[in-house]
Design a protein around this ligand. Structure first.
Ligand code: AMP
Length: 329
């Protein structure tokens, strides 16, 4: 039985990238493993420090986790800031994280381009907090999308470094978990390579059927192939990637063949794609609506999750302190 950890920042509603990149993978393995799934509210502060929306965003992500199928009885679903041990481990790991390697992280470079007015230390040390989230439970396995591979590599580096410096074999080197073995990157349908909250191009788990149809119909394409087997432009490639994620293989093969023999009508492809996305989203959206106003239930889930997560985290931090030489008087 592996220990599995994953989390999603609470900076808004969950989109299909979060669902297919992280959440679905996690749901598929929760019954066979020791699973922790958290809502990364500390992480959200690096880009969204807004007291007025913090709690509401956490609540949304919580109901969306549950609506998508995370089971609080078998997994530990918790809010990052309910587990103070993570901040201690973050501080301790920071002592062995070097400024140069943090500055070279692709996500940091990307964030300073986008948030030039707020390049804070939290943004720089984001991979260390992420490593603390994972190492806190001594996880073997982390379901993440392709965009997180570098962060995971850094987590492995911090685990190895800790073990080497202190001459122990304490932290395991966690592996990425991918549904079907393939790293997945859900594209944006606006010609953007990645669907993301900050990219503003998401199809959300709470979107109505009408919203989904509208977003898909607006997806960027070109004038259509003019010769057989033509290379696809970025927008069309993204539509096909999305189709490969949500639709049956026969549907994908049918549209690919019609692209290759130049008979494709993008309108038909988009209609089919929208309906296949709705098949995934609609039942989740209905479950979200059912639990959204059930305060007692949400409170119980969060309390239970925090208890289970703190038990695991406290054991790790206690051992880390001992290894590092902290001793009681
Ligand atoms: P974030 O929304 O950036 O906090 O990401 C939370 C999780 O969703 C991480 O595991 C990401 O790898 C995954 N994720 C976010 N966007 C995408 C995407 N477009 N494709 C695949 N996975 C994604």
């Amino acid at each position: 039985m592996d220990t599995v950890v994953s989390g999603i920042r609470s900076t808004g509603n969950l989109h299909l990238g979060n669902y297919f990149g992280a959440l679905r993978n996690f749901i598929s393995m929760q019954h066979e493993n020791r699973c922790f799934f958290f809502i990364a509210d500390y992480h959200s502060l690096t880009t969204h420090p807004d007291p007025a929306s913090l709690h509401g965003n956490v609540r949304n992500v919580l109901t969306e986790y549950l609506g998508a199928g995370l089971d609080p009885e078998v997994s530990s679903i918790y809010i990052q800031s309910d587990v103070p041990e993570v901040t201690e481990l973050y501080l301790l790991l920071n002592m062995h994280a070097y400024i140069g390697e943090l500055q070279r992280t692709a996500s940091f470079k990307d964030k300073i381009r986008k948030h030039n007015d707020n390049v804070n230390a939290g943004l720089l040390t984001y991979p260390v907090l992420m490593a603390a989230d994972i190492l806190m439970h001594r996880a073997d396995c982390v379901p993440v999308g392709k965009d997180q591979e570098q962060h995971l590599e850094m987590t492995r580096k911090y685990a190895r470094r800790f073990n080497t410096i202190y001459g122990v074999d304490f932290f395991p080197e966690c592996q990425a978990y991918r549904f079907n073995g393939e790293p997945i990157k859900v594209p944006g349908l606006d010609g953007n390579g990645k669907m993301g909250k900050s990219e503003g191009n998401g199809i959300y788990l709470v979107d109505s059927d009408a919203d989904i149809r509208k977003k898909v119909m607006k997806a960027l394409t070109d004038g259509g192939p003019t010769e057989p087997n033509m290379p696809m432009c970025e927008g069309v490639k993204n539509l096909f990637t999305m189709l490969s994620i949500v639709s049956d293989k026969e549907v994908y093969d049918h549209f690919l063949a019609s692209y290759n023999d130049c008979t494709i009508r993008y309108g038909d492809l988009k209609k089919q794609l929208a309906e296949d996305i709705i098949k995934v989203v609609a039942p989740i959206r209905e479950r979200i609506a059912d639990i959204q106003s059930d305060d007692d239930y949400l409170r119980r889930v969060v309390r239970l999750g925090a208890e289970k997560a703190r038990e695991s985290a406290a054991a790790t931090v206690k051992e880390v302190r001992r290894i590092m030489g902290f001793k009681p008087f």
